[in-house]
Design a binder for this molecule. Sequence first.
Ligand SMILES: [Zn+2]
Length: 133
Amino acid sequence: MSCELCDSVGGELLWQSDLCRVVLVEDPHYGGFCRVILNAHVREMTDLDTYQRAKLMVTVFAVEAAVRAIAQPDKVNLASLGNVVPHLHWHVIPRFEDDRHFPNPIWGEVKREGEKRQINVEALRQAIKTGLG
Ligand SMILES: [Zn+2]
């Protein structure tokens, strides 16, 4: 069975380790939207051992901190769904009270046009790198 997260990087690569990678999602309304993607094709968090699980979450929280610093959102949404692509990945989404879907999840009903937001990608890359030592 083919899996898009096994077959491709899944976005612009910002950082990677043996365990996982961080990519930038191309969405003009959600500048700074990142995904933390496990390199291996694993379905659920509880399929990982305790150490891998902790390491993955350290990465997710470092990305959250970097997204907060660079995008300065009103709120960050963390989500791990995997219903469409059952390959472990976390969404780290900067949210603004006047964004396209707020207060819905970004996969929910569009509430307004919403402005396009860009971030400094190099600054975000650097902040993630710094956060992960
Ligand atoms: Zn996969």
